[in-house]
Design a binder for this molecule. Structure first.
Ligand code: ADP
Ligand code: ZN
Length: 299
């Protein structure tokens, strides 16, 4: 039986899995993300021990995903300095001749949700994680979106809320970007407490919902997704969903005339079904695709 290795590489932890081709998970390993020198050898050892036949990776970024680039498969300009310009895919593959695939953690997640989760059968889907940071993966016309680079939904620019005491946000790169305004730490800072401890009716959630609704509106008017999945720690606050949906309809003001939006928004903006393993399952699917592509090649 062939085995497929999967890795969801995150800024705080690495989640590794080994799957059979039917998607059954055989073993899982979670490691803290330290430096590449500390963290990569045990990851390689895990995949070696299983003798995996293919490897799929969903990683934090930004990533070099252009196969024509000599740096293909590297983490590039990340603020996590130890991982900057690190050739992640090459380091994991080592000298093994196995098919490998890499995409962003959130593109992996949207793939998993579209194949096996909360967006099955849909071709145009966005998955956004709102946690320590904000990231979004995009499936458009059934394909994961890459182009210039890959989507960087977390850095879309927003209009500051009139009541926001910190209207420029905390992104070191941009004023008023989504991540700087709406990630968990920004939410907590606005309220002066850990976001997890706030009551549902705390005013900070009104501002949070406005930012997430602006994001949804921008996604709707540019990508025309059939569904938007909102995951990550902050979205474990289920009360946010109703607030975001209402604010989306207010902001759109009837302009986008789609039944799914106007009459069924509670099934259009929803939590992911596979959270918290959407990214890991997506990495498995990427690895499986790489294996199928290799097997389809003439010998
Ligand atoms: P990461 O992005 O590092 O993977 P998470 O997705 O778990 O981590 O997100 C962590 C963030 O989510 C923290 O800022 C935390 O305060 C926030 N968070 C977690 N649970 C809740 C909750 N129930 N309500 C509001 N914020 C939450
Ligand atoms: Zn930014």
């Amino acid at each position: 039986m062939k085995k497929i290795g999967a890795l969801e590489a995150g800024g705080t932890k690495m989640v590794l899995g080994v799957f059979d081709p039917s998607g059954r998970e055989l073993e899982r390993l979670t490691l803290p993300t330290q430096t590449p020198e500390e963290t990569v050898p045990p990851m390689r050892a895990f995949f070696d021990r299983h003798g995996v036949d293919a490897l799929g990776v969903g990683s934090f970024g930004p990533l070099e995903l252009n196969p024509a680039s000599p740096a293909f498969g590297a983490i590039t300009s990340t603020p996590k300095l130890a991982w900057r310009d690190y050739p992640l895919l090459d380091a994991l593959r080592g000298d093994r001749d196995i098919p490998c695939a890499l995409d962003t953690d959130v593109n992996a997640a949207v793939l998993a949700e579209a194949e096996l989760g909360a967006a099955q059968g849909l071709t145009d889907v966005v998955y956004v994680t709102v946690g320590t940071g904000v990231g979004g993966g995009v499936l458009s016309g059934g394909r994961l979106v890459h182009g210039l680079l890959h989507p960087e939904v977390g850095h879309m620019l927003l209009r500051p809320h009139a009541d926001d005491p910190n209207p420029r946000g905390v992104c070191p790169y941009h004023d008023c970007c989504l991540e700087g305004l709406a990630a968990g730490p920004a939410l907590g800072a606005r309220a002066g407490a850990d976001a997890r401890t706030l009551p549902d009716d705390h005013p900070a959630f009104i501002i949070e919902a406005d930012y997430l609704a602006q994001m949804c509106v921008n996604l709707i008017v540019t990508l025309s997704p059939q569904r938007i999945l909102l995951g990550g720690g902050v979205m474990q606050r289920r009360a946010l969903f109703g607030m975001v949906r209402r604010r989306v309809l207010e902001l759109l003001n009837g302009y986008v005339q789609a039944d799914a939006l106007l009459n069924h928004i509670d099934t259009m903006i929803v939590p992911p079904a596979l959270f918290p393993v959407s990214g890991l399952v997506g990495a498995y699917l990427l690895g499986k695709r790489a294996l199928q592509a290799r097997d389809a090649q003439p010998a």
